[in-house]
Ligand binder design. Structure first.
Ligand code: IDP
Ligand code: MG
Length: 134
């Protein structure tokens, strides 16, 4: 399995609910390394870039308001097969399909406010790490 870097972001709901420690702990216990991390408050411009595939969706205004509502905790997470491995730990986008044991399955009850973002491909991981860590 390839050694990969992925961009993981704990969304404003996770930060407000003081779940940073608990989720970071799960990522570390899995065996991944957190090699960069920071709290940041995102503006509408960067959210529109990050969610460019969703800007035309009817729920986008709600997503934009949510993602700019407070600080997020961005991380670079590294390890073997880290991109797909983190997506598996996160659970699916739709929280109602997320099994207990996944991060979304354990902590989220809302489709928009679903606690965590993770890159979905190697190409996007590179773009997102550059976007948020330069
Ligand atoms: P992902 O976060 O699992 O990669 P994406 O399709 O990239 O899923 O969607 C980005 C984010 O947009 C989701 O995590 C969620 O916060 C929000 N979102 C996606 N689909 C919906 C929807 O149908 N209704 C409301 N919010 C949505
Ligand atoms: Mg996505």
């Amino acid at each position: 399995m390839p050694h990969e870097k992925t961009y993981i972001m704990l969304k404003p709901d996770a930060v407000k609910r003081r779940l940073i420690g608990e989720i970071v702990s799960r990522i570390e216990k899995k065996g991944y390394h957190i090699t960069q991390a920071k709290l940041m408050t995102l503006d509408k411009t960067v959210i529109a870039e990050h969610y460019a595939h969703l800007v035309d969706k009817p729920f986008y205004p709600k997503l934009e308001a949510f993602m700019t509502s407070g600080p997020v905790f961005g991380m670079v997470v590294e390890g073997e097969n880290a991109i797909a491995g983190m997506r598996q730990m996160m659970g699916p986008t739709n929280v109602f399909e997320a099994s207990p044991g996944t991060i979304r399955g354990d902590y989220a009850t809302n489709v928009t406010e679903n606690v965590i973002h993770g890159s979905d491909s190697a190409e996007n991981a590179t773009i997102e790490i550059k976007r948020f860590f330069g």
